[in-house]
Design a binder for this molecule. Structure first.
Ligand SMILES: Nc1nc2c(ncn2[C@@H]2O[C@H](COP(=O)(O)OP(=O)(O)OP(=O)(O)O)[C@@H](O)[C@H]2O)c(=O)[nH]1
Ligand SMILES: [Mg+2]
Length: 317
């Protein structure tokens, strides 16, 4: 079915959902539409919400949606690999609240599979964010589970990264070593109704103290929330807006956006190159011989790959 880019610009959710599916499937038709939408993007503020599993990211996201909606902002939500068995496949933990959002034309929710990609934030995620941006979503929330490797990627996509932690996870120190805190523009200690929250806040502050930073740098605020009750979520939303203002005033917002676009560009180049290369290689008798040699163990895959790469100029058109 044909997708009219005008419908997406007008905020049509069905058209947007179809386009995101095309993009996920890597359909060239999707990319053509995205090209025409691109000039209308660049206005959304992208907020990453990351942290270990079960810390309350979805519950917080749900509240943020409510707060931003009450200000009349259109909100897009991307849940990368929603894993919580609690949500039973629904996107956000609190199904009742989500249900309310789902009937709200100003909220567009999409879940996406990380597809084994280490980063949890793959090209399709970036593209979904572009589609939501073109739809007029002023805020885009991207929820990912921070498992230790993917923090950097979410922080490259997002303008503002919220790191959600809870006390009593046992491996708190481990998590900080892994760099989760490093990427947070805002650190949240959620489940502050449970014991140990104050200690964790102090621990986070201590880690931040040790971080060498320039005078005018943004020091990530450490906020306490009780997401199940909505405590502290208003302040969290305010802090997101403060951070956006800081980024705008310091000129860092364009830096982050540029870095994001360059990252996407590099991903696209890699994908296009590898597709093109394998198209060419599949028709190459030399490549077929190398594959046969690997199968018969006449050559090791490393040496074979070296030969392919060394011969690359041969296949350049
Ligand atoms: N006691 C307490 N429980 C909370 C709080 N916030 C969330 N929860 C509960 O924690 C559980 C996980 O919440 P989610 O919002 O699904 O957490 P999540 O980080 O999105 O989980 P994943 O997406 O699976 O990583 C749910 O049972 C929530 O009701 C809180 O402030 N206090
Ligand atoms: Mg979740």
């Amino acid at each position: 079915m044909k997708i009219d880019p005008q419908n997406i610009l007008a905020g049509n959710q069905l058209a947007a959902a179809r386009l995101i599916t095309l993009l996920e499937e890597g359909e060239p038709a999707g990319v053509e539409i995205l090209k025409s939408l691109y000039p209308h993007t660049g206005k959304a503020h992208i907020v990453g919400i990351t942290g270990p599993a079960g810390t309350g990211k979805s519950t917080l996201a749900s509240w943020l949606i409510s707060v931003f909606r009450s200000r009349g902002t259109k909100v897009g939500v991307i849940a990368v690999d929603p894993s919580s068995p609690l949500s039973g496949g629904a996107l956000l933990g609190d199904r009742v609240r989500m249900y309310q959002h789902e009937s709200d034309e100003g909220v567009f929710i999409r879940s996406m599979a990380a597809r084994g990609h280490l980063g949890g934030v793959n090209r399709a995620t970036r593209e979904a964010a572009l589609v939501m941006d073109a739809m007029g979503c002023g805020m885009i929330l991207v929820e990912t589970v921070g498992a230790g490797q993917d923090e950097v990627e979410i922080s490259q996509l997002a303008h503002t990264t919220i790191v959600v932690t809870i006390s009593g996870m046992g491996d708190e120190i481990q998590e900080m070593k892994a760099g989760l805190l490093e990427i947070g523009d805002i650190i949240v200690v959620n489940k502050a109704d449970l014991p140990g929250a104050d200690d964790l806040v102090r621990l986070h502050e201590m880690m931040l103290d040790r971080r060498q930073a320039a005078e005018d740098d943004w020091r990530p605020p450490v906020l306490r929330t009780i997401a199940i009750k909505g405590d502290g979520v208003g302040e969290l939303a305010e802090t997101v807006l403060d951070h956006r203002e800081y980024l705008t005033n310091s000129g860092r917002i364009s830096q982050r956006s540029r870095a994001r676009d360059l990252k996407l560009f590099r991903q696209i180049v890699v994908e296009l190159l590898s597709r093109k290369m394998f198209n060419l290689l599949d028709n190459s008798p030399e490549f077929a011989r190398l594959m046969a040699s690997i199968e018969s163990r006449a050559i090791d895959p490393y040496t074979a790959a070296d030969r392919v790469v060394a011969g690359l100029r041969v296949i350049s058109e």
